[in-house]
Design a protein around this ligand. Structure first.
Ligand code: NDP
Length: 333
């Protein structure tokens, strides 16, 4: 089927947008046989940057790129959209409370959800990258009641990939040798990067870490005191070293998320709607271990969760509940 897939990117004139566009046009997200039509959605202040990116896309002469359109109208931007990447968001500014940030973003993601419901293709899938991503996805989904909630996700694949990289570094093994990593909860500092089910070349990662670090207790100390905070605060570390936020790795993770969802994957992490799995309140957009058969992410159920993991999952879920309650209290859900 040579019908192009329509991909809409909001905030396409921004940093992450710029890193996404060329890889999507090259076929890295949807595969080498799938033509794409790009819709770049921006706010008026971002239009020139998006238009410039569109000129460069033209200059790439990408064989798979059938069309590029730049717009600041959401209905136009989501017209016929099959894959929506919601990247543009209102950044936190000095003195802003979390509730104000949630409210400012509700003003973006609510109307975008409504425009998706009105204009997108019946098979549309939505990935929210802009922060606070989980709650932004919840708001977009609530504003699109006719679109199944399972079609909305928030990105925790970057956290997942960062966790793979940290374990790979500690074991001096390639990241590709590690499977069954999990990120639970919110895409925030409360997230729980979990190696309890992970395997390294088929061996339990906890055992491999114990062998490497000098025993079970040393491995647990490394996980709680080094690994978890390092993964959760990696964004700040990148800003500190690079002088600006993570862009290439964030774009790469968004591409991984969509590629694996559509091509199929045995185990990764994504924030998807809860149906009550692992005691997470129904309706929250929470990161879980997920698999896909090519038709959408499903939570991998039946994993054993010990007391340490339970406490960390509960803490991050409590933050998601508080975010949901804050937007609901302001009448935004
Ligand atoms: P970026 O492209 O760098 O980031 C965009 C969003 O991605 C931010 O919300 C950012 O969150 C988030 N993000 C998620 N994961 C990461 C990560 N690992 N590292 C860094 N960021 C991450 O921002 P720019 O300011 O360069 O571009 C934003 C664009 O969006 C602008 O062009 C603006 O005009 C546009 N915009 C469009 C809107 C729309 O289409 N309606 C609405 C608002 C803005 P965080 O803030 O936490 O860093």
């Amino acid at each position: 089927d040579a019908t192009p897939t329509t991909v809409t990117i909001t905030g396409a004139g921004g940093q992450i947008g710029y890193a996404l566009l060329f890889r999507i046009a090259a076929g890295d997200m949807l595969g080498p046989d799938r033509p794409v039509r790009l819709r770049l959605l921006e706010i008026p202040q971002g239009m020139r940057a998006a238009e410039g990116a569109a000129l460069e896309l033209m200059d790439g002469a990408f064989p798979l790129l059938s069309d590029v359109e730049v717009t600041d109208d959401a209905r136009t931007g989501f017209d016929g959209c099959n894959v929506a990447l919601l990247v543009g968001a209102r950044p936190r500014t000095a003195g802003m409370e979390r509730a104000d940030l949630l409210e400012a973003n509700a003003g973006i993601f609510g109307p975008q959800g409504a425009a998706i419901a009105h204009a997108a293709a019946p098979d549309v899938r939505v990935l929210v990258v802009g922060n606070p991503a989980n709650t932004n996805a919840l708001i977009a989904s609530a504003s699109a009641p006719d679109v199944p909630a399972e079609r909305f996700a928030a990105l925790t694949r970057l956290d997942h990939n960062r966790a793979l990289a940290q374990v790979a570094g500690a074991l001096e093994r390639p990241a590709a040798s590690i499977a069954r990593m999990t990120i639970w909860g919110n895409h925030s500092a409360t997230q729980f990067p979990d190696v309890d089910h992970a395997v390294v070349d088929g061996m339990p990662a906890r055992a491999a870490l114990a062998a490497r670090l000098g025993g079970k207790q040393a491995a647990l100390t490394w996980l709680d005191e080094t690994f978890i905070p390092r993964v959760a605060k990696r964004g700040a570390e990148i800003i500190e070293v690079r002088g600006s936020s993570s862009v290439g790795s964030a774009a790469a993770a968004a591409i991984d998320h969509v590629r694996d969802e559509t091509a199929g994957v045995a185990w990764t992490s994504a924030a998807v709607v809860s149906h009550g799995e692992y005691g997470v309140p129904e309706g929250l957009i929470c990161s879980f271990p997920v698999s896909s058969d090519g038709t959408g992410y499903r939570v991998i159920e039946g994993l054993e969760v010990d007391a340490r993991a339970r406490a960390r999952i509960d803490a991050s879920v409590a933050e998601l509940v508080a975010e949901r309650d804050a937007v609901a209290a302001r009448g935004l859900l």
